[in-house]
Design a protein around this ligand. Sequence first.
Ligand SMILES: [Zn+2]
Ligand SMILES: [Zn+2]
Length: 285
Amino acid sequence: MTYKSNYHTHTTFCDGKDTPETMVKKAVEKGFVSLGFSAHSLYPHAAIWHLPVKNFEAYVQEINRLKTEYKTQLDIFAGFEADYFPMVTELSKEIYRKLNADYVIGSVHYLPVSLKKKAFTVDGSLEEVKNGIETCFNGSGRKYVECYFETERQMIKYATFDFVGHPDLVKIRNPVLHFVDEEAGWYKNEIKQTVRAIADANTFVECNTGGIARNFIQETYPSLFFFSELYKCNVPVVINSDAHKAENLDSAFDIAEKTARAAGYTESMHLVCKDGQLVWEAKPF
Ligand SMILES: [Zn+2]
Ligand SMILES: [Zn+2]
């Protein structure tokens, strides 16, 4: 990869294992041109595995300190991975801009049904997801998946952010729990509808390798089918590792590039500063 970067990075400020500075040092060692941090945010709700709201300022300050200290070696950005959790979170670029964030990832980890029952995350443990499907969806994997994509489409329509995080994260436990057939027509139709929503909103999507690095799945989020549909609709893509440890900063980037190329892509997005403004710019792999 000519321009190696990652805009989806977790640290000890939320559920990551390494400090931001350890991440920066590793990124320099790996030849990254830029590194963006993306602390989990459930704003304005109290944190679960997220960055507590009271620590937002300290987090941005620390990333900005590193930005200055390492400016001759790579570009560093302070971002957030903000949860879209209807009735719980507020997700708008405006809110995060006031907190001096450089960019925002919009992600769905929680489904609205969780409000009535016990909250569970789609990337929770096998037991948590199995119980969630049983309790909240009467054991129907299809209803569960439909609810996930519907929630994501709501986020795309009503919230504002820079790009969509791991757009088919819901499949993470499917290789073990087998709750849906990803080749089924209805499943592909959910993907097509979601791609249309993404294209209509003029936003873009990440290619996330986090599930491969942690050995949950063998492919990226999104799948090759999802990717090909995105390409047909001219939706740009950014390649990210969703690293929770320094050693995983560029995990499976070769698979991400291969999948992106197979779908037709030759470029990915990078955050750059132009005339004092941060803009996303496509550069060749
Ligand atoms: Zn996430
Ligand atoms: Zn993440």
